[in-house]
Design a protein around this ligand. Structure first.
Ligand code: C2E
Ligand code: CA
Ligand code: CA
Length: 450
């Protein structure tokens, strides 16, 4: 046998016929083991000196963590076999075949008595499936490289063997839709990072109306991205990605900064018409991650102080997602409200569907999701739901906002149900700052819509 040492933990694996011992009392030999060998107790396998654990080419349904003893990994058979590595306690092996369902590309045998913890295919699959597409891609790539490396080592052991042709080494995953999507996301993410730095973002403002007086009472700040290569990109295309990455944090700071700067101008305009009025507000969307940031409150306060704007003119639009960590969310909301900010619950009815938090947490507005409003006049069930939401809100002393109003009939229905504030294309699309400023205090032609 020839000897070449490969990197530890890089070998793919097969299956042994050795007996399995259930031994829950022996699962405490280190963090790695404790993490992977979860309940209902870890399965232990014992191997004798020289015993084959699995052979190259066999199918893979489990991986192993060495608890005690040593394991030799090799490729090839008999005199032609090539020693690749010796693994020691703590090493994991046999994982590759579990990840990509390929046959073992090397063999493993015990050197001396050996005790291994079994990691099942399900345990591995569950963890991989819950990881991000990028992490899954990186795993696929490193598996591919390990397999190619094993193939290369085999050609050293058997000079008559040839390295696979370039066509045979083509990575199948590069053709998949998933891979193309990951590449597109990575490109989008790096363009978006530049967007924050290069000032390619801007805010537009959509008016919110008091449905009874038809007056514009505030605006929602909505993010836009003018990308030099892509043109105008809608937040629907990039906000989710920004939220998955840490990008939403600098982006969120940028939004706060610019909405406070713009609020200063709105306020000036409003004060000229109605000096001292507290009615006017701008709504700023705050993403879950941004809201959960420990320094969020301090950043918010610092921002309002920089621009000399008052908290009472700012509505923080948060989604039900923040209540996944209910205790923290309630504390953060209380803190913001105590400082004078208003908190509006956006997209109500679509997210974390428990009404618990409404009982435990005080907020200022309930914003009914536009998916309900769009079906309001075509679905009895949507009508019942919207009516009930408005009723519940009224009984809790919460004003309601309906977004996505597109037709006079939707507006009339909402008015009839007692909804307080409306927003939608029927009144106005989101506008550049200058056009929005011109609307301050103006009644929109609601009578025409009714
Ligand atoms: P959202 O917070 O629910 O914002 C309302 C969305 O509905 C906006 O889309 C708005 O333009 C659109 N809309 C308003 N009226 C109508 C209507 O009558 N019909 C229809 N079909 N749509 C209407 P937009 O600006 O594309 O924003 C989409 C989402 O992106 C927002 O949903 C919000 O989740 C996110 N987003 C936008 N700006 C920001 C931001 O500054 N920060 C954060 N964290 N998220 C933002
Ligand atoms: Ca919103
Ligand atoms: Ca919304």
């Amino acid at each position: 046998m020839q000897h070449i040492t490969a990197s530890p933990g890089s070998m793919p694996l097969g299956v042994s016929d050795s007996p399995v011992y259930s031994d829950a009392n022996n699962c405490d030999s280190g963090d790695l083991v404790a993490d992977i060998a979860v309940s209902p107790g870890c399965n232990i396998r014992l191997f004798n000196n020289g015993e084959t654990i699995f052979t190259e080419g066999s199918s893979a349904d489990k991986a192993y963590i060495i608890e005690s003893g040593y394991v030799e990994i090799f490729v090839g058979f008999g005199n032609e076999s090539l020693h690749l590595n010796v693994l020691a306690p703590g090493d994991i092996f046999g994982e590759m075949g579990l990840i990509d369902a390929s046959p073992r590309s090397a063999s493993a045998k015990a050197i001396g008595p050996c005790r291994c913890i079994i990691v099942s295919a399900t345990q591995v699959a569950e963890r991989i499936e819950s990881s991000s597409p990028l992490v899954r891609l990186l795993i696929s790539m490193s598996l591919h490289r390990n397999r190619a490396y094993n193939a290369y080592l085999q050609t050293l052991a058997n000079p008559q063997m040839r390295l696979p042709s370039p066509a045979a080494t083509e990575k199948p995953y590069t053709r998949s839709h998933q891979y193309q999507q990951i590449l597109a996301d990575i490109k989008l993410e790096s363009d978006l990072r530049n967007a924050v730095v290069n000032d390619e973002l801007f805010l537009v403002y959509q008016p919110l109306l008091n449905l009874n007086t038809a007056k514009v009472v505030g605006f929602e700040a909505l993010l836009r991205w003018q990308c030099p290569q892509r043109g105008l990109v809608s937040p629907q295309q990039f906000i989710a990605l920004a939220e998955e990455t840490s990008l939403i944090l600098p982006m969120g700071d940028w939004i706060l900064e610019h909405s406070c700067a713009d609020l200063q101008r709105f306020q000036h305009q409003f004060d000229q018409l109605k000096p001292g009025s507290a009615d006017f507000f701008i709504s700023v969307n705050i993403s879950v991650r941004q809201f959960q940031q420990p320094s969020f409150f301090e950043r918010l306060i610092a921002c309002t102080q920089r621009y000399g704007v008052e908290a009472k003119h700012i509505k923080l639009e948060v989604t039900e997602g923040i209540f996944l960590d209910e205790g923290e969310a309630i504390d953060a909301i209380d803190k913001c409200r105590a400082a004078g900010f208003q908190v509006s619950l956006d997209d109500f009815g679509t997210g974390y569907s428990s009404l618990n938090y409404l009982e435990r947490c005080e907020i200022d507005y309930l914003k009914i999701d536009q998916s309900f409003i769009q079906k309001l006049c075509s679905s009895d069930r949507a009508q019942i739901l919207v009516g009930s939401i408005i009723d519940i809100a009224r009984k809790l002393g919460l004003p309601t906002v309906a977004e996505g109003i597109e037709t006079p009939a939707q507006m009339a229905a909402l008015r009839g149900m007692g909804c307080d504030i409306g927003q939608g294309f029927l009144f106005s699309r989101p506008l550049p700052l200058a056009e929005a400023l011109a609307l301050v205090g103006q009644p929109l032609a609601l009578a025409d819509c009714a």
